[in-house]
Write a protein that binds this ligand. Structure first.
Ligand code: KG4
Ligand code: ZN
Length: 352
Protein backbone atom coordinates (compact mmCIF):
# COMPACT_ATOMS: atom_id res chain seq x y z
CA UNK A 1 0.00 0.00 0.00
CA UNK A 2 1.74 3.15 -1.31
CA UNK A 3 0.01 6.55 -1.37
CA UNK A 4 0.93 10.09 -2.43
CA UNK A 5 -0.37 12.78 -0.03
CA UNK A 6 -0.77 16.52 -0.62
CA UNK A 7 -1.24 19.18 2.08
CA UNK A 8 -2.12 22.85 1.40
CA UNK A 9 -4.68 23.86 4.05
CA UNK A 10 -2.74 26.70 5.66
CA UNK A 11 0.85 27.96 5.37
CA UNK A 12 2.74 24.73 4.76
CA UNK A 13 2.94 23.28 1.26
CA UNK A 14 3.75 19.59 1.39
CA UNK A 15 3.84 16.37 -0.62
CA UNK A 16 4.77 12.93 0.71
CA UNK A 17 4.85 9.26 -0.16
CA UNK A 18 3.96 6.77 2.58
CA UNK A 19 3.84 2.99 2.59
CA UNK A 20 2.10 0.73 5.10
CA UNK A 21 4.36 -1.65 6.97
CA UNK A 22 3.52 -5.24 7.92
CA UNK A 23 3.15 -4.24 11.60
CA UNK A 24 0.39 -1.77 10.67
CA UNK A 25 2.41 1.43 11.04
CA UNK A 26 3.49 3.69 8.21
CA UNK A 27 6.87 4.05 6.56
CA UNK A 28 7.47 7.58 5.32
CA UNK A 29 9.41 7.29 2.08
CA UNK A 30 9.44 11.06 1.59
CA UNK A 31 7.85 14.09 3.24
CA UNK A 32 8.71 17.35 1.49
CA UNK A 33 7.51 20.38 3.47
CA UNK A 34 7.87 24.01 2.43
CA UNK A 35 6.97 26.35 5.26
CA UNK A 36 5.86 29.84 4.30
CA UNK A 37 6.60 31.39 7.72
CA UNK A 38 9.07 33.88 6.19
CA UNK A 39 6.52 35.11 3.65
CA UNK A 40 3.93 35.85 6.35
CA UNK A 41 6.25 37.10 9.11
CA UNK A 42 6.11 40.76 8.01
CA UNK A 43 2.31 40.70 8.51
CA UNK A 44 2.38 38.96 11.90
CA UNK A 45 0.04 36.20 10.71
CA UNK A 46 -0.98 34.08 7.73
CA UNK A 47 -2.23 36.15 4.76
CA UNK A 48 -4.60 33.88 2.75
CA UNK A 49 -3.81 35.38 -0.65
CA UNK A 50 -0.05 35.10 -0.14
CA UNK A 51 -0.51 31.51 1.07
CA UNK A 52 -2.55 30.51 -1.99
CA UNK A 53 0.02 31.97 -4.39
CA UNK A 54 2.88 30.29 -2.56
CA UNK A 55 1.10 26.90 -2.80
CA UNK A 56 0.79 27.41 -6.57
CA UNK A 57 4.50 28.26 -6.80
CA UNK A 58 5.81 25.36 -4.71
CA UNK A 59 3.45 22.43 -5.06
CA UNK A 60 4.42 20.91 -8.45
CA UNK A 61 8.06 21.02 -7.48
CA UNK A 62 7.42 19.41 -4.08
CA UNK A 63 5.34 16.61 -5.60
CA UNK A 64 8.08 15.83 -8.10
CA UNK A 65 10.68 15.83 -5.33
CA UNK A 66 8.53 13.66 -3.04
CA UNK A 67 8.22 11.01 -5.77
CA UNK A 68 11.94 11.23 -6.58
CA UNK A 69 13.08 10.95 -2.94
CA UNK A 70 10.74 7.98 -2.45
CA UNK A 71 12.19 6.53 -5.64
CA UNK A 72 8.76 5.79 -7.10
CA UNK A 73 6.81 6.95 -10.13
CA UNK A 74 3.23 8.19 -10.12
CA UNK A 75 2.27 4.91 -11.83
CA UNK A 76 3.55 2.97 -8.81
CA UNK A 77 1.44 4.73 -6.17
CA UNK A 78 -1.91 3.13 -5.42
CA UNK A 79 -3.86 6.31 -4.72
CA UNK A 80 -3.56 10.07 -4.45
CA UNK A 81 -4.82 11.82 -1.31
CA UNK A 82 -5.19 15.58 -0.81
CA UNK A 83 -6.49 17.72 2.04
CA UNK A 84 -9.95 19.05 1.12
CA UNK A 85 -10.55 21.01 4.34
CA UNK A 86 -10.90 22.57 6.80
CA UNK A 87 -8.61 25.46 5.89
CA UNK A 88 -8.12 28.49 3.69
CA UNK A 89 -10.13 28.13 0.48
CA UNK A 90 -7.38 29.35 -1.88
CA UNK A 91 -4.85 26.82 -0.67
CA UNK A 92 -7.41 24.01 -0.53
CA UNK A 93 -8.29 24.56 -4.19
CA UNK A 94 -4.62 24.40 -5.20
CA UNK A 95 -3.90 21.11 -3.44
CA UNK A 96 -7.22 19.48 -4.19
CA UNK A 97 -7.08 20.33 -7.89
CA UNK A 98 -3.50 19.08 -8.18
CA UNK A 99 -4.42 15.84 -6.40
CA UNK A 100 -7.48 15.20 -8.54
CA UNK A 101 -5.58 15.95 -11.74
CA UNK A 102 -2.81 13.50 -10.87
CA UNK A 103 -5.30 10.81 -9.84
CA UNK A 104 -7.25 11.29 -13.05
CA UNK A 105 -4.16 11.32 -15.27
CA UNK A 106 -2.70 8.21 -13.63
CA UNK A 107 -6.11 6.49 -13.34
CA UNK A 108 -5.73 6.03 -9.59
CA UNK A 109 -8.32 6.28 -6.81
CA UNK A 110 -8.58 9.67 -5.12
CA UNK A 111 -9.12 10.39 -1.42
CA UNK A 112 -10.33 13.83 -0.25
CA UNK A 113 -8.85 14.09 3.22
CA UNK A 114 -10.13 15.96 6.25
CA UNK A 115 -7.06 17.71 7.65
CA UNK A 116 -8.21 17.13 11.24
CA UNK A 117 -8.54 13.43 10.52
CA UNK A 118 -4.95 13.49 9.27
CA UNK A 119 -3.75 14.93 12.60
CA UNK A 120 -6.00 12.49 14.47
CA UNK A 121 -4.66 9.36 12.72
CA UNK A 122 -0.95 10.31 12.73
CA UNK A 123 -0.41 8.23 15.88
CA UNK A 124 -1.43 5.14 13.89
CA UNK A 125 1.22 5.89 11.29
CA UNK A 126 3.95 6.51 13.89
CA UNK A 127 2.95 4.10 16.68
CA UNK A 128 0.35 1.74 15.16
CA UNK A 129 -1.91 3.07 17.92
CA UNK A 130 -5.07 0.98 18.39
CA UNK A 131 -8.59 2.47 18.72
CA UNK A 132 -10.07 4.02 20.80
CA UNK A 133 -7.86 6.91 21.91
CA UNK A 134 -8.16 10.60 22.71
CA UNK A 135 -6.54 13.29 20.60
CA UNK A 136 -5.64 16.73 21.90
CA UNK A 137 -5.18 18.83 18.77
CA UNK A 138 -3.54 22.16 19.58
CA UNK A 139 -2.34 24.26 16.65
CA UNK A 140 -2.55 27.81 15.35
CA UNK A 141 -5.93 27.10 13.76
CA UNK A 142 -7.45 24.35 15.90
CA UNK A 143 -7.99 23.45 19.53
CA UNK A 144 -10.01 20.28 19.98
CA UNK A 145 -10.34 17.19 22.09
CA UNK A 146 -11.54 14.20 20.07
CA UNK A 147 -12.29 10.60 20.73
CA UNK A 148 -11.00 8.49 17.85
CA UNK A 149 -13.05 5.29 17.65
CA UNK A 150 -12.21 4.15 14.14
CA UNK A 151 -11.43 5.49 10.69
CA UNK A 152 -14.22 7.97 9.95
CA UNK A 153 -15.63 7.49 13.45
CA UNK A 154 -14.86 10.49 15.63
CA UNK A 155 -16.55 12.14 18.53
CA UNK A 156 -15.69 15.74 19.26
CA UNK A 157 -15.51 15.99 23.04
CA UNK A 158 -14.72 19.69 23.16
CA UNK A 159 -13.23 22.60 21.25
CA UNK A 160 -12.42 26.27 21.66
CA UNK A 161 -15.28 28.74 21.60
CA UNK A 162 -12.97 31.56 20.47
CA UNK A 163 -9.19 31.57 19.79
CA UNK A 164 -7.06 28.50 19.17
CA UNK A 165 -4.26 27.95 21.69
CA UNK A 166 -1.50 28.54 19.13
CA UNK A 167 -3.30 31.71 18.06
CA UNK A 168 -3.35 32.87 21.71
CA UNK A 169 0.41 32.18 21.98
CA UNK A 170 0.96 34.13 18.76
CA UNK A 171 -1.17 37.09 19.88
CA UNK A 172 0.53 37.22 23.28
CA UNK A 173 3.94 37.09 21.58
CA UNK A 174 2.92 39.91 19.26
CA UNK A 175 1.58 42.16 22.01
CA UNK A 176 4.78 41.65 24.00
CA UNK A 177 6.88 42.54 20.97
CA UNK A 178 8.35 39.07 20.38
CA UNK A 179 9.15 37.85 16.83
CA UNK A 180 6.60 35.85 14.79
CA UNK A 181 5.48 33.14 15.33
CA UNK A 182 4.85 33.92 18.97
CA UNK A 183 4.48 30.34 20.29
CA UNK A 184 8.09 29.15 20.33
CA UNK A 185 9.33 32.62 21.35
CA UNK A 186 6.89 32.85 24.26
CA UNK A 187 8.14 29.46 25.46
CA UNK A 188 11.79 30.53 25.16
CA UNK A 189 11.17 33.83 26.96
CA UNK A 190 9.14 32.11 29.70
CA UNK A 191 12.16 30.05 30.77
CA UNK A 192 13.59 32.95 32.80
CA UNK A 193 10.21 34.25 34.00
CA UNK A 194 8.20 33.94 37.20
CA UNK A 195 5.01 31.99 36.45
CA UNK A 196 3.36 33.25 39.63
CA UNK A 197 3.93 36.99 39.33
CA UNK A 198 0.67 37.66 37.47
CA UNK A 199 -2.60 36.09 38.61
CA UNK A 200 -4.11 35.33 35.19
CA UNK A 201 -7.51 33.67 34.70
CA UNK A 202 -7.94 29.98 33.86
CA UNK A 203 -10.99 30.21 31.54
CA UNK A 204 -13.42 27.24 31.65
CA UNK A 205 -11.52 25.66 34.56
CA UNK A 206 -13.64 23.06 36.34
CA UNK A 207 -16.42 22.95 33.73
CA UNK A 208 -17.87 19.57 32.92
CA UNK A 209 -17.91 20.14 29.15
CA UNK A 210 -14.34 19.86 27.82
CA UNK A 211 -14.39 23.17 25.92
CA UNK A 212 -11.74 25.89 25.80
CA UNK A 213 -11.77 29.68 25.78
CA UNK A 214 -8.56 31.64 25.25
CA UNK A 215 -9.50 35.18 24.31
CA UNK A 216 -10.09 36.35 27.89
CA UNK A 217 -6.68 35.04 28.93
CA UNK A 218 -5.00 36.90 26.08
CA UNK A 219 -6.89 40.10 27.06
CA UNK A 220 -5.80 39.66 30.69
CA UNK A 221 -2.17 39.52 29.53
CA UNK A 222 -2.72 42.73 27.52
CA UNK A 223 -4.28 44.47 30.56
CA UNK A 224 -1.46 43.45 32.90
CA UNK A 225 1.09 44.58 30.31
CA UNK A 226 -0.50 48.00 29.85
CA UNK A 227 -0.70 48.52 33.64
CA UNK A 228 3.08 48.22 34.03
CA UNK A 229 4.23 49.64 30.67
CA UNK A 230 6.92 50.35 29.59
CA UNK A 231 7.90 46.71 29.96
CA UNK A 232 11.34 45.57 31.07
CA UNK A 233 12.84 42.25 29.91
CA UNK A 234 11.92 40.80 33.31
CA UNK A 235 8.31 41.96 32.93
CA UNK A 236 8.06 40.31 29.52
CA UNK A 237 9.58 37.07 30.80
CA UNK A 238 7.21 37.04 33.79
CA UNK A 239 4.18 37.71 31.57
CA UNK A 240 5.21 34.86 29.22
CA UNK A 241 5.76 32.48 32.13
CA UNK A 242 2.47 33.42 33.80
CA UNK A 243 0.59 33.05 30.52
CA UNK A 244 2.14 29.68 29.75
CA UNK A 245 1.38 28.44 33.28
CA UNK A 246 -2.27 29.42 32.82
CA UNK A 247 -2.42 27.61 29.47
CA UNK A 248 -0.87 24.48 30.99
CA UNK A 249 -3.45 24.48 33.82
CA UNK A 250 -6.28 24.93 31.34
CA UNK A 251 -5.05 22.17 29.02
CA UNK A 252 -4.72 19.65 31.85
CA UNK A 253 -8.12 20.53 33.33
CA UNK A 254 -9.87 20.36 29.94
CA UNK A 255 -8.17 17.08 29.03
CA UNK A 256 -9.23 15.62 32.37
CA UNK A 257 -12.81 16.70 31.63
CA UNK A 258 -12.63 15.06 28.18
CA UNK A 259 -11.39 11.79 29.64
CA UNK A 260 -14.22 11.84 32.16
CA UNK A 261 -16.84 12.45 29.44
CA UNK A 262 -15.39 9.65 27.35
CA UNK A 263 -15.24 7.16 30.23
CA UNK A 264 -18.73 8.08 31.42
CA UNK A 265 -20.00 7.20 27.95
CA UNK A 266 -18.53 3.71 28.42
CA UNK A 267 -15.48 4.18 26.25
CA UNK A 268 -12.06 2.88 27.30
CA UNK A 269 -9.42 5.02 25.60
CA UNK A 270 -5.92 3.70 26.22
CA UNK A 271 -3.85 6.64 25.00
CA UNK A 272 -3.74 10.40 24.75
CA UNK A 273 -2.28 11.59 21.46
CA UNK A 274 -1.06 15.18 21.23
CA UNK A 275 -0.91 16.81 17.80
CA UNK A 276 -0.50 20.29 16.30
CA UNK A 277 2.30 22.84 16.46
CA UNK A 278 1.70 23.70 20.13
CA UNK A 279 2.57 20.07 21.00
CA UNK A 280 6.19 21.20 20.58
CA UNK A 281 5.88 23.15 23.85
CA UNK A 282 8.01 21.50 26.55
CA UNK A 283 6.00 22.77 29.53
CA UNK A 284 2.79 21.43 28.00
CA UNK A 285 4.40 18.09 27.15
CA UNK A 286 5.78 17.64 30.67
CA UNK A 287 2.43 18.46 32.29
CA UNK A 288 0.63 16.04 29.97
CA UNK A 289 3.19 13.37 30.84
CA UNK A 290 2.39 13.75 34.54
CA UNK A 291 -1.35 13.76 33.83
CA UNK A 292 -1.22 10.59 31.72
CA UNK A 293 0.86 8.71 34.30
CA UNK A 294 -1.79 9.58 36.88
CA UNK A 295 -4.75 8.79 34.62
CA UNK A 296 -3.39 5.46 33.38
CA UNK A 297 -3.07 6.58 29.77
CA UNK A 298 -0.20 6.13 27.38
CA UNK A 299 1.01 9.53 26.11
CA UNK A 300 1.79 9.55 22.41
CA UNK A 301 3.56 12.60 21.04
CA UNK A 302 4.52 12.13 17.41
CA UNK A 303 7.84 13.79 16.46
CA UNK A 304 7.45 17.58 16.03
CA UNK A 305 7.73 17.46 12.23
CA UNK A 306 4.70 15.14 12.16
CA UNK A 307 2.76 17.22 14.71
CA UNK A 308 2.81 20.26 12.43
CA UNK A 309 1.21 20.24 8.99
CA UNK A 310 2.72 17.76 6.55
CA UNK A 311 1.84 15.61 3.55
CA UNK A 312 2.74 12.30 5.21
CA UNK A 313 -0.25 12.45 7.55
CA UNK A 314 -2.50 13.10 4.54
CA UNK A 315 -1.00 10.15 2.64
CA UNK A 316 -1.59 8.00 5.73
CA UNK A 317 -5.32 8.83 5.78
CA UNK A 318 -5.27 7.88 2.09
CA UNK A 319 -3.90 4.46 3.05
CA UNK A 320 -6.37 3.89 5.88
CA UNK A 321 -9.36 4.96 3.75
CA UNK A 322 -8.27 3.11 0.62
CA UNK A 323 -8.04 -0.11 2.64
CA UNK A 324 -11.66 0.35 3.68
CA UNK A 325 -12.78 1.28 0.16
CA UNK A 326 -13.56 4.83 1.33
CA UNK A 327 -12.45 6.73 -1.75
CA UNK A 328 -13.94 9.88 -3.28
CA UNK A 329 -14.80 10.87 -6.79
CA UNK A 330 -13.40 13.86 -8.63
CA UNK A 331 -16.40 16.04 -7.75
CA UNK A 332 -15.24 16.21 -4.10
CA UNK A 333 -15.40 19.86 -3.07
CA UNK A 334 -13.04 21.97 -1.00
CA UNK A 335 -14.57 22.53 2.42
CA UNK A 336 -13.17 25.51 4.33
CA UNK A 337 -15.27 24.43 7.33
CA UNK A 338 -15.46 20.69 7.84
CA UNK A 339 -16.03 19.43 11.39
CA UNK A 340 -14.60 15.99 11.94
CA UNK A 341 -17.61 14.54 13.67
CA UNK A 342 -19.64 15.11 10.49
CA UNK A 343 -17.15 12.94 8.58
CA UNK A 344 -18.81 11.55 5.46
CA UNK A 345 -17.03 10.36 2.35
CA UNK A 346 -18.72 10.86 -1.02
CA UNK A 347 -18.89 7.13 -1.69
CA UNK A 348 -19.14 5.48 1.68
CA UNK A 349 -20.82 6.82 4.76
CA UNK A 350 -18.94 6.66 8.04
CA UNK A 351 -20.85 6.61 11.29
CA UNK A 352 -21.46 10.33 11.84
O1 KG4 B 1 0.26 22.97 13.50
P1 KG4 B 1 0.94 24.23 13.16
O2 KG4 B 1 2.33 24.19 12.61
O3 KG4 B 1 0.14 25.06 12.11
C1 KG4 B 1 -1.23 25.22 12.14
O4 KG4 B 1 -1.69 26.08 12.93
O5 KG4 B 1 -1.91 24.49 11.40
O6 KG4 B 1 0.92 25.11 14.47
C2 KG4 B 1 1.49 26.38 14.53
C3 KG4 B 1 1.15 26.98 15.86
C4 KG4 B 1 1.52 28.45 15.93
O7 KG4 B 1 0.46 29.14 16.53
C5 KG4 B 1 2.76 28.43 16.82
O8 KG4 B 1 2.95 29.62 17.52
C6 KG4 B 1 2.46 27.29 17.74
O9 KG4 B 1 1.88 26.31 16.92
N1 KG4 B 1 3.68 26.77 18.38
C7 KG4 B 1 3.91 26.83 19.71
C8 KG4 B 1 5.21 26.29 19.91
N2 KG4 B 1 5.71 25.94 18.68
C9 KG4 B 1 4.75 26.24 17.77
N3 KG4 B 1 3.15 27.26 20.72
C10 KG4 B 1 3.66 27.17 21.95
N4 KG4 B 1 4.91 26.69 22.23
C11 KG4 B 1 5.71 26.25 21.25
N5 KG4 B 1 6.92 25.77 21.53
ZN1 ZN C 1 -2.89 21.33 11.07
Amino acid sequence: MLVLGIETTCDETSAAVVRKRMDGSGEILSNEVMSQIAEHAAYGGVVPEIAARAHVDYLDHLIRRALQRANVTLEQVEAVAASAGPGLIGGLLVGLTAGKALAWAAKKPFVAVNHLEAHALTARMTDAQAFPYIVLLVSGGHTQLLEVRGVGDYRRLGSTIDDAIGEAFDKVGKLLGLPYPGGPNVEKTAVDGDPERFALPRPMFGRKEPDFSLSGLKTAVRNEASKIAPLTRTDIADLCASFQAAVVDVIIDRTRAALRVSREAGSKPTALVVAGGVAANGAIRRALGRFCAEAGLKLVTPPPELCTDNGAMVAWVGIERLELGMTDDLTAAARPRWPLDAQVSTRHHGKA
